[in-house]
Design a binder for this molecule. Structure first.
Ligand SMILES: Nc1ncnc2c1ncn2[C@@H]1O[C@H](COP(=O)(O)OP(=O)(O)OP(=O)(O)O)[C@@H](O)[C@H]1O
Ligand SMILES: [Mg+2]
Length: 340
């Protein structure tokens, strides 16, 4: 079996709730449970593909990891340190080591800054190089992402979508991080450019021994890119496994639904897909999460227990865990003995 390597990141029951605006005559505000008890770990050089439909909480989880948001509850450890407990100085070191690439480079780059000014900022904040050295470093960062040095003086308005995303990737690499959160890094780009940016990210992963949390809607892309895949639904992880196991035997009915709805080109690809599972309904609102298993109103394999009890995550085989009553006999037995 492949050696998993050093543990980089550990999430334990991480939650991020957003308070709902209080209505004037209705005092009870309530919460949007955007991330609702997420547990997983990422090893060095892993690429964990985090896949889910819109609104499932992927970006909120990514932003919570890089401390744009503070978690409502739970523990996040990075390189052995609980980042909820580190002091200001250590937090700066943490931010240097974990960076994020956003979905839309058009809005993540400041239109009033040249490429040089954009790349200079993280170097200044973290006191990396100075004077001539800094310029040399910026030139080197541009070359690493495949842009010539003349781009230093350009403003974002003079760049294509793909070039802007290359600058955003260079900015994320400026502090020499070991971990990148990639929040749908290609979904705002033309299809013709998407593949080039994916190839660049994979080359950088290998060259700098990086670890990625790769957030995406595109499950089929993860077959070739990720080392592990996690499926998120209404704030929770419902299945996680190493990529080969995940695609060889997808277990959760939601995963099966997502996989069976992937468009394919060849008959050979069609045979790789699980039997057709009809996609039913829309993702419910995270303000009003269904009782029990939150997927039960859309599930083709719904049982009585599903609307009553939220299933636990169960490791069905090594590294392959699923949150579904179909795989947790003990819970069903416990429920029937209570007479419910
Ligand atoms: N700052 C915020 N304040 C209140 N609610 C928020 C905030 N950010 C996100 N949400 C809500 O949390 C839920 C999860 O949103 P999030 O953006 O994390 O989903 P996502 O999986 O990234 O979706 P997409 O694929 O569309 O990017 C959504 O219902 C969203 O409306
Ligand atoms: Mg998002």
């Amino acid at each position: 079996m492949k050696d998993l390597g050093e543990v980089m990141l550990v999430l334990e029951d991480v939650r991020k709730y957003f308070p709902l605006p209080r209505r004037i005559f209705k005092r009870k505000g309530g919460y949007i449970k955007a991330v609702d008890g997420v547990t997983f770990s990422v090893h060095r050089e892993d690429i964990l593909g985090l896949v889910g439909e819109s609104g499932s909480g992927k970006s909120t989880l990514g932003y919570t990891l890089v401390r744009i948001y503070r978690p409502t509850a739970g523990k996040i450890s990075f390189l052995g340190k609980d980042i909820g407990k580190i002091d200001r100085g250590e937090l700066k070191g943490f931010k240097k080591n974990m960076q994020i690439v956003f979905q839309d480079p058009g809005s993540s780059l400041n239109p009033r800054r040249t490429v040089e000014q954009t790349l200079e900022l993280p170097l200044r904040v973290h006191n990396i190089d100075g004077g001539k050295e800094r310029r040399r470093r910026i030139r080197e960062l541009l070359s690493v992402v495949g842009l010539p040095g003349v781009y230093m003086q350009k403003y974002p308005s003079a760049l294509s979508g793909g070039q802007k995303q290359r600058v955003a990737i260079a900015r994320a690499l400026a502090t020499e991080p070991s971990f990148l959160v990639l929040d749908e890094p290609t979904s705002a780009l033309d299809v013709s450019v998407q593949g080039k940016i994916i190839s660049l990210l994979l080359a950088l992963h290998d060259e700098f021994s990086l670890s990625y949390l790769f957030i995406t809607h595109d499950l089929s892309l993860m077959r070739n890119v990720a080392t592990s895949v996690a499926i998120m639904y209404l704030g929770k992880i419902c299945e996680i496994a190493p990529t080969a196991k995940f695609f060889a035997e997808p277990l959760h009915p939601y995963t099966q639904m997502l996989l069976s709805s992937i468009p394919v080109v060849t008959d050979e690809e069609e045979t790789l897909k699980p039997p057709k599972v009809t996609s039913t309904g829309e993702v419910p609102s995270p303000v009003n999460i269904p009782s029990g298993c939150s997927f039960h109103p859309r599930c083709a394999k719904e049982m009585d227990v599903c609307s009553k009890v939220d299933p636990e995550m169960v490791e069905v085989r090594e590294g392959h865990a699923v949150r579904c009553h179909l795989y947790s006999e003990a819970e069903i037995t416990a429920l029937s003995s209570q007479g419910t």
